[in-house]
Design a protein around this ligand. Structure first.
Ligand SMILES: [Zn+2]
Length: 512
């Protein structure tokens, strides 16, 4: 007998249909798997055999099964094919009916006792199932909520092979997950109250202003200041002033986390913008993504959110240079022998570092003990091209005594966010009929259209270029920041004071 079971495989953040074909013939009781399986897939024959036995199915003796995973040219990895293979084997042996096999996609890892374990990448596979007009999808119970985020797809949660057989006999009677994904998302997002608030940060109005500009126009930022001046505290609060995720954005992020295997049954839907802060000892593949079958790295996991690199100068220079291309294209392409994959990486880079190796250059209280040579070497760890891509460079100095005593009157994140949201709305209106880009990524032609400046501004900018030796790239960045500053002020026209403020954010780096 022959049977065909539908399942899905991953290619980056997207999934494609896999047909698990099983042919049963006379032989010596073995399961042979073909179609470019990796080691975990090959091992599934042992799990399938044990699970079928544990379910007390009377498999007739003297049979052999050939399992083909089609299309044969793509590499299949992981244990998620256990369940479709087991169902295929049972169907080919005529132990379960085959009437409904074509209506479902099936995915799950089997234990030796027949129970079913969760797998990663369920959301993209459920999306692919919907796109292929499948009626429903059978998934491990722990992954059920994730699959149910796809509207219009019936999700059958299962925790044991027995349940799958029952669904095959009578799908109408089986338990289904009923989740109104959009309503659930809105409700959970409303109840979310975990974000740190700017209300708790005393002083630092200069840095807070720069953070609002960063959030509104998606400008990368570097904070320089002595240890303990509150750089991390400020960065951690940046997500709280960014516009909340829309449902579609949340779905896109959830897909990425699903592929990375970072979703749990408790957090099956990403509700807030990510804030990732990898340590400077992180490997290159941990940062940008990699592995035999490339998995998303930190820059992809911070898509639509913040990538915070504390102690920026401690990161190996080669790792930092790897960020340059993703900063331009908002995506990263990883090539390995097995395949080449592209993951989204639209992150906002926020770096923090000390002004010199000892950390106290320019500090009013402690003396800096570094020689000028040491300080130069310290800054040379950051390459010029990377610094050029960081629009906002801000000094975060130690709080004065008067600021330390200050307890009230700090602006809350909510008020700051309203200002940011208004600026983002203005940008969206400008790109009404085109794909949206933030001011930080405006192209030359867009800039010519939206960043026009008057004569006094032009003179001011020209003087800054000659006096400060700004590069052509820096000139464009000043214009983009000025655009965001005007947007934050709800203005169309860029004024000379916007230009002057923008220039200040470009001049402090290496101010040693
Ligand atoms: Zn020093």
């Amino acid at each position: 007998m022959f049977s065909r079971v539908l399942s899905g495989g991953l290619q980056g953040v997207d999934a494609y249909q896999i047909e698990v074909e099983v042919d049963c013939s006379s032989g010596i009781g073995q399961i042979q798997i073909v179609g470019l399986p990796d080691a975990a897939v090959k091992e599934s024959q042992e799990r399938v055999r044990a699970a079928v036995k544990a379910c007390a199915f009377l498999v007739p003796p003297g049979k052999k099964w050939v399992v083909n995973l089609a299309p044969a040219h793509t590499r299949k990895e992981g244990p998620a094919y256990d369940l479709p293979i087991a169902v295929g084997v049972l169907a080919a042996t005529e132990l379960i009916p085959t009437t409904h096999l074509g209506s479902f996609w099936i995915i799950g890892e089997l234990s030796l006792d027949g129970s079913i374990r969760p797998v990663s990448g369920v959301l993209p596979i459920a999306m692919a199932a919907k796109a292929h007009n499948a009626v429903g999808i059978i998934v491990p119970e722990q992954n059920a909520e994730e699959a149910a985020l796809v509207e219009g797809l019936v999700v059958y949660p299962v925790s044991h092979l027995h349940q799958v057989c029952a669904i095959m006999r009578s799908p109408a009677r089986a338990a289904k997950v009923d989740l109104q994904p959009r309503d659930t998302f809105k409700r959970r997002q409303k109840n979310l109250n975990t974000l740190a608030d700017f209300r708790d940060v005393r002083g630092q109005s200069h840095a807070k202003r720069a953070l609002q500009i960063a959030a509104a126009g998606h400008h990368n930022m570097l904070m320089v200041g002595p240890p303990g001046s509150g750089k991390s505290m400020l960065a951690q609060r940046l997500p709280s002033i960014m516009p909340p995720l829309s449902f579609d954005e949340a779905l896109e992020l959830t897909k990425l986390y699903s592929v990375a295997g970072l979703l749990t049954s408790k957090t099956s839907l990403i509700l807030e913008r990510p804030f990732r802060a990898p340590h400077h000892s992180a490997s290159a593949s941990g940062l940008v993504g990699g592995g035999v079958v490339p998995k998303p790295g930190e820059i992809s996991l911070s898509h639509m959110g913040i990538l915070f690199l504390d102690e920026l100068t401690e990161f190996p220079r080669a790792h930092l240079d790897n960020l340059r291309q993703p900063l331009e294209t908002s995506s990263v392409t990883i090539s390995r022998v097995s395949q080449t994959l592209t993951y989204p990486a639209g992150f906002l880079l926020v770096g923090a570092c000390n002004p010199c190796p000892c950390g106290y250059r320019g500090d009013p209280v402690k003396y800096c003990t570094c020689t000028p040579g040491q300080a130069d070497r310290y800054w040379s760890r950051l390459s010029g091209p990377l610094l050029d891509r960081i629009d906002l460079q801000v000094e975060v100095s130690r709080l004065k005594e008067s600021e330390l005593a200050e307890r009230f009157g700090n602006e809350t994140s909510e008020i700051m966010r309203m200002r940011v949201e208004r600026a983002v709305r203005r940008q969206r209106q400008r790109h009404a009929n085109k794909p949206f880009v933030y001011n930080g990524q405006l192209s030359q032609s867009d800039m010519a259209k939206h960043c026009q400046i008057d004569e006094p501004s032009r003179t001011l900018l020209a003087r800054a270029i000659t006096q400060l030796g700004l590069s052509a790239r820096a000139y464009d960045r000043v214009l983009r920041i000025s655009r965001t500053i005007a947007d934050l002020d709800d203005r169309n026209q860029i004024k000379p004071e916007d230009i002057a403020e923008a220039i200040r954010y470009r001049t402090m780096c290496r101010a040693s």
